[in-house]
Design a protein around this ligand. Sequence first.
Ligand code: 8LQ
Length: 467
Amino acid sequence: MIETSVKNKLLHQWPPKYDKEYIPDLNEKYWYKDIETASREELDEIILFKVQKVMEHAYNHSPFYQRKWNKIGLHPHDIKSLKDFEQVPITTKADIRQDLEENPPFGSNVCVPYSEVHRIHGTSGTTGKPTVFSFGKDDWERIAHQHARIMWSFGMRPSDLVFIASPLSLYIGSWGALIGAERLGAKTFPFGAGQTGQTEKAVSWLKEVKPTVFYGTPSYSLYLAEKAKEQGVDPKEFGFRIMFFSGEPGAGVRSTKRRIEKTYGCICIDSGTMAEATPWMSNTECEHRTGVHLWLDVVYTEVVDKDTKQRVPYGGEGVPVYTPLERTSQPVIRFWSGDLTTWTDEPCPCGRVYPRLPKGIYGRIDDMITVRGVNVYASLVENIVRSIDGLGEEFRLVVTRENIMDEVTVQCETLGTRADGELEVQISRDLKRETGVNFKIKLLPLGTLERTQFKAKRVIDNRDFRS
Ligand code: 8LQ
């Protein structure tokens, strides 16, 4: 069944109502060809229409945005172009947290009546008060639809069986993957992750059930491979065709992507924005894996300078700022990610109009270490460590301050196949070549560093800034 003229509909109807039964012909490369291969001008027309509508909706229903915009005399009617939109103030996690404190428990940005809230989710809240998310049913269905559409672009089809290997609790990642796969018509196996002994069980289940698609964090997939090998199982035996990831850098780091593809014999797809910006799959690679595409008619993503907050040109580095364009229950407008990336509008072989982040998201402003004036991200070190033969997957960056000088020690594990001295020389040389900085190297026996079943924390900052 072909749904005709979606593009036309998107210019006249908000929130959009999609055909709940629609899926493309199985051989069709695109879910909505007319939008995905539109000209940039046509795409911008759709984006502007949706930006205006979502702002109007927020202004009419969200005391949070009314206060924020009234304070500076901004009205949605003032936004007549995407250029105008660049001047709308940014919303931060701190703004949302403060609102939740002042208006417990759900905050003043839920734009549907409580009776219409369908799902509650939240952040795991390791620091500070957890953030609460409220989704209306229509929003939930639109998220499922857009995720299905995006999964189609990396080759998922209804015949696939999708293994979900991340926590099925507060974390929105697992649920977003689940409902998208269901909407696409695929079979799902919501296995979860994080419980004691669950990874060993995963190995035996995977051998038996043979899912064709995997979803989780890149760290977890490498841990799972290690566990499989311990049990004498080659991870290729699982038979994954596609493995897609979100939640942390990794799938967009060249050498990690290669390692995952080689270990499992699959294609490795990078994906993911932030829970607040759900549908979080709006940043996702297509089957060509040239970096995540920004599905701008789903979430309007701008990359802005980390200090001036002005849009950077294509080719420049900056911070993604997200505006989901179809959210009625808890819209966020120009949401600050704090992540770092570069973007490009050079064409991709897939033929889609969407710009790309060719290196994915490679760092966070607050996780970036400045060592003698050079900015260092864990993902840069990851790219080097994972490209060196004789090293395991795990590593840490430990930052200390000696007198007034910052020192970074890279801890990594050896497989025992090469002499330590030779490895140290190679790691140091490769790191110096890429960053211009001298790192200390500490080699550890395989299995020393803690593994994670979720998102890894690889930077340990032991600097004491009080003295
Ligand atoms: N983050 C998320 N995805 C990333 C990626 N592909 N590459 C690099 N960093 C990434 C529910 C989805 O998994 C999105 C998600 O993880 O949402 P959270 O839990 O709100 O965490 C968001 C942060 O994870 C981002 O700001 C990135 O720093 C990281």
